[in-house]
Write a protein that binds this ligand. Structure first.
Ligand code: GLU
Length: 457
């Protein structure tokens, strides 16, 4: 059977680096197993889901290098869920409940004071036909719960019932169905909660592996029971640890913190995001990988830790610098052209400046310095000015070879007696306007004799 995975966010916000971890775990798993990747939007909550968010999520995935084989929307598949509901009703494992949220809340409190677990007590199963008729005549609409298979003959007497699975990440896992409330699958207004559509889709779409955050471990117990109620074989499950900031704070789509969009806008490279998102909280070292294929070689779900994957967002900047400093021109080329950096000098320029950049777009500032001269005239003492005039008069004639910088500064040293910082700093200021930057030996040939002389103070 073809390995088939899915990434299933609800399109209710922009995805963040923690969501990217889930998407990438699935993508890399598919890559390593020659599998298929389904992009599935869990958009049954139509009040909070939007097409704009779905589009932005696809955009972010493409930016990361993830190209789904197919994209599905749950909101377009409601008939399939309705058919599953009919099957569950026929099997008598879906039952109507009429409690209001306030009534449920009160019951939970009562159970707690009695030392009972705050799970739903299945009171709806004890309603008489008259009570049901009364609710209906009052205009109350039912919500529907799935009867968990945690009893022998009387659902009002639940017993410890273990669901087991061998988790791709966590190994042997167990959930006791008696510790859980029967989940609501359908709301009063006829809309679906996440639980059932997800299982129906996983069956219908032939999903073989469900890889998601460990906040879903308990859901998996319930969902395996649902797979069985629908007479399907459950897929393999894998629950990875969640990313948190160094202070242990979780990430939320709602706050927009560390969204893929904001990282992109801050000039962070996709592979810096992907390398960190995948490798942090695993037994692998966090290091930049040049592409997803190489990252896939370092990806093993079983090497993921069970505790939260803490990271410092500043690590992204460190990884980003490493990527930029080693980025070949062929990779930067198209993006540089968009920024106006093109022509014969673009490649040597890139190789000269990349080691000084935090972000690729910062190359533009150096391109401008080379093309137009220092943005502001450098502040020079009278003494340095005299030194520079003498130095510029010693500039070798063209054609230049690869040693022009060495030849020139050698002559300057000889003529003026200056050396070290006293020699190089005024030259750097005159040529670039900046006290630090790329190697002048690399910049000088790009300026050429004419461009260099234009900077003579
Ligand atoms: N929509 C769910 C979420 O975003 C999907 C969980 C799953 O992968 O099943 O948490």
């Amino acid at each position: 059977m073809t390995v088939t995975v899915r990434f299933a966010p609800s399109p209710t916000g922009r995805i963040h680096i923690g969501n990217a971890r889930t998407a990438l775990f699935n993508w890399l798993f598919a890559l390593n197993n020659k599998g298929r990747f389904i992009q599935r939007f869990d958009d049954t909550d139509i009040s909070r889901s939007t097409q704009e968010f779905a589009d932005s999520i696809l955009y972010d995935l493409h930016w990361l290098g993830i190209f789904p084989d197919v994209t599905e929307y749950q909101s377009r598949r409601v008939e399939i869920y309705d058919a599953a509901v009919e099957r569950l009703k026929a099997a008598r494992v879906l039952y109507a409940c009429y409690e209001t949220p306030e009534e449920l809340d009160l019951r939970r409190k009562v159970r707690r004071t009695r030392g009972l677990p705050p799970v739903y007590g299945r009171e709806a199963l004890t309603l008489t036909p008259e009570q049901v008729a009364e609710y209906q005549s009052d205009g109350r609409k039912p919500h529907w719960r799935f009867l968990l298979p945690n009893y022998t003959s009387d659902p009002l007497q639940p017993e410890r019932t273990e669901i087991h699975w061998n988790d791709l990440v966590r190994g042997e896992e167990t959930v006791d169905l008696a510790s859980l409330s029967d989940p609501v699958l359908l709301r009063e207004d006829g809309t679906y909660l996440y639980t059932l559509p997800s299982v129906v889709d996983d069956i219908d779409m032939g999903v073989t592996h469900v890889i998601r955050g460990d906040d879903h471990v308990t859901n998996t117990g319930v969902q395996i029971a649902l797979f069985q109620a629908l007479e399907a074989v459950p897929p393999v499950f894998g629950h990875h640890n969640l990313l948190t900031t160094a202070s242990g704070e979780g990430l939320s789509k709602r706050t927009g913190a560390l969204s893929i969009e904001s990282l992109r806008e801050n000039g962070i490279e996709p592979m810096a995001v992907a390398s960190l998102a995948v490798l942090v909280g695993t037994s692998e070292n966090v290091a930049t990988m040049p592409d997803l294929a190489e990252l896939a070689g370092h990806f093993d779900p079983a090497a993921t830790s069970k505790s939260a994957a803490k990271f410092d967002p500043d690590e992204l900047f460190v990884l980003n610098r490493t990527l930029i400093h080693n980025m070949p021109y062929s990779e930067a080329r198209d993006r540089l052209i968009v920024l106006g950096v093109s022509g014969d000098k673009a490649e040597p320029f890139w190789l000269a400046v990349r080691g000084n950049l935090d972000r690729l777009a910062d190359a533009v500032q150096w391109w401008r310095v080379l093309g137009e001269g220092p943005q502001e005239p450098p502040e020079l003492s009278g003494e340095d000015r005299d030194f520079l005039r003498e130095a510029f008069d010693l500039l070798p004639e063209e054609p230049w070879n690869g040693t022009v910088w060495k030849d020139w500064t050698g002559k300057i040293r000889e003529a003026t007696g200056r050396k070290g910082k006293a020699l190089f700093m005024p030259l750097r200021l005159a040529l670039t306007g900046q006290p630090s930057g790329p190697e002048l030996a690399d910049l000088l040939p790009l300026l050429g004799r004419e461009g260099t002389l234009a900077r003579r103070p």
